[in-house]
Design a protein around this ligand. Structure first.
Ligand SMILES: *[C@@H]1O[C@H](CO)[C@@H](O)[C@H](O)[C@H]1NC(C)=O
Ligand SMILES: *[C@@H]1O[C@H](CO)[C@@H](O)[C@H](O)[C@H]1NC(C)=O
Length: 357
C-alpha cells in the first residue's frame, strides 16, 4: 500500500476511541495529543520499495524530529504512536512480543529512548486476539500480563489495544485485565481501548478526514472534536503537510478549547436537517459554540448569535466573542446585542466566548 508523499492533504485521524481508565493514575486528565501512523501509513512494510514510508523506526524518528522542529510539541502534540504491523511474526524464545528486526533494528526500547530524548512520548499498538487486524502478533488472555510487562520494560507511554480476532467474552475479560496488568507494572501508561465501543460497531467510522479533505471540512471536524474534548491525534506526513493544514492543527485557541481544564464534554443543543449547534462549557465562565452547516451545497447560511437563549448568563460587563479559525475578536455581546455571521456549506464557525467581568 503506497501513500504518495506528494499528495497534499490532511489526513487527520482524531481518535474517538475511549480512554479506558478505571484507575486514577493521573494520566490523560486532558485529551492526549500527538501523531499516529495508521491513517496515513497503514501497513506499509516494504522498506526496500518505500524506505521513507514503511512502518519502521526510521519513520517514527522522522516524525518525532518534525514534532519538535515544527513547533508541534510546544503546542501539546507529545505522543508518537506506532500502530499495527510493527511486530515480527513470531514471539521470541521467552514468549515475548518482539518488533520486526529489519524495520526496528534498535528495538522498541531504542526507539522509546530516542523519542524520550526529544521530550516526547511513545505509544504502541496491541490487539486482544489471536492476531492483530493486520495479521501480526496478538495478545491472548494468557499473555496479557507478560505483554503489559514487556511494554513497560520498553518504556512505552501509551497503549492502543484493538480487538480484532477475539470474541466478546474474551474482550470483556481481556480489556479490564490489561488495565490492571498495566497498572501492576508500576509504569504510567495511558490505555486507549476500543472496548466496549467495539461491541457497538462504532469503530469503523471513527476515522475522519483522510484523503481530499478540504479546508472547510477540516475545520468542521476539528471544531466538533474540540467541543467533544476528543484526543487530538493527527495521522499525516509531517514532512509534507500543507501550510493550511498545519495552520488549522496548530490553532492555539482550538487546542485551548480541546484541552480545557474543566474537562466537560460539549453537547449538541440544536439539530435541523442541515444545521447543528454545539456548545461546550469551559473553565472560568467561558464557552465554545460551534455552528455547523451540514448542507452539501447551497449558499452560506446566515445566523445571529444572542447569548441569553443559549443559557449563557449575562455577566455584568458582557462577553467577548472570538472567531477561533479567523483568529480574531468579532464581537462584544451583552444581553441586548446579537452578532450576525454566515457559515459555508459543510463548514463551521467556532466561537470562543469569554466573560469580560
Ligand atoms: C495504579 O492504580 C492506583 C489506584 O488507582 C493508582 O493510585 C496508581 O497511580 C496506579 N499506578 C499506575 C502506574 O498506573
Ligand atoms: C470465545 O472464545 C473462546 C475460546 O477462546 C471460547 O471458549 C468461547 O466459547 C467463545 N465465546 C463465544 C461467545 O463465542
Amino acid at each position: 500500500m503506497h501513500c504518495g508523499t506528494l499528495v497534499l492533504f490532511i489526513s487527520l485521524y482524531l481518535t474517538l476511541v475511549g480512554l479506558c481508565e478505571p484507575l486514577d493514575n493521573g494520566l490523560a486528565r486532558t485529551p492526549p495529543m500527538g501523531w499516529i501512523a495508521w491513517e496515513r501509513f497503514k501497513c506499509t512494510t516494504d522498506c526496500k520499495l518505500y524506505p521513507d514510508n514503511c512502518i519502521s523506526e526510521r519513520l517514527f524518528r522522522a516524525m518525532a524530529d518534525k514534532l519538535v522542529e515544527d513547533g508541534w510539541k510546544d503546542l501539546g502534540y507529545q505522543y508518537v504512536n506506532i500502530d499495527d504491523c510493527w511486530s515480527a511474526m513470531v514471539r521470541d524464545i521467552n514468549g515475548k512480543l518482539q518488533p520486526d528486526p529489519d524495520r526496528f533494528p534498535s528495538g522498541i526500547k531504542g526507539l522509546a529512548e530516542y523519542v524520550h530524548f526529544k521530550g516526547l512520548k511513545l505509544g504502541i499498538y496491541g490487539d486482544l486476539g489471536h492476531s492483530t487486524c493486520g495479521g501480526y502478533l496478538g495478545t491472548l488472555l494468557e499473555t496479557v500480563d507478560l505483554d503489559a510487562r514487556t511494554f513497560a520494560e520498553w518504556e512505552v507511554d501509551m497503549l492502543k489495544l484493538d480487538g480484532c480476532n477475539s470474541n466478546s467474552t474474551e474482550r470483556s475479560i481481556g480489556y479490564p485485565k490489561m488495565s490492571y496488568a498495566l497498572n501492576a507494572t508500576g509504569r504510567p501508561i495511558v490505555y486507549s481501548c476500543s472496548w466496549p465501543a467495539y461491541e457497538d460497531g462504532l469503530l469503523p467510522k471513527l476515522m475522519v478526514g483522510n484523503f481530499g479533505l478540504n479546508q472547510d471540512q477540516s475545520k468542521a471536524q476539528l471544531a466538533i472534536w474540540a467541543i467533544l474534548a476528543a484526543p487530538f491525534f493527527m495521522s499525516n506526513d509531517l514532512r509534507t503537510i500543507s501550510d493550511d493544514a498545519k495552520a488549522l492543527l496548530q490553532n492555539k485557541l482550538l487546542i485551548y478549547i480541546d484541552q480545557d481544564k474543566l474537562g466537560q464534554q460539549g453537547v449538541r443543543i440544536k439539530k435541523d436537517e442541515d444545521f447543528q449547534l454545539w456548545k461546550r462549557k469551559l473553565a472560568h465562565g467561558q464557552f465554545a459554540l460551534a455552528y455547523l452547516n451540514t448542507a452539501e451545497r447551497g449558499g452560506a447560511k446566515s445566523f445571529s448569535l444572542s447569548l441569553p437563549p443559549l443559557g449563557i448568563k449575562d455577566c455584568a460587563h458582557g462577553y467577548n466573542v472570538y472567531d477561533v479559525f479567523d483568529k480574531k475578536l468579532v464581537s462584544f455581546l451583552n444581553s441586548n446585542h446579537t452578532h450576525s455571521f454566515r457559515v459555508n456549506p459543510r463548514s463551521v464557525v467556532l466561537f470562543f466566548i469569554r466573560p469580560v467581568c
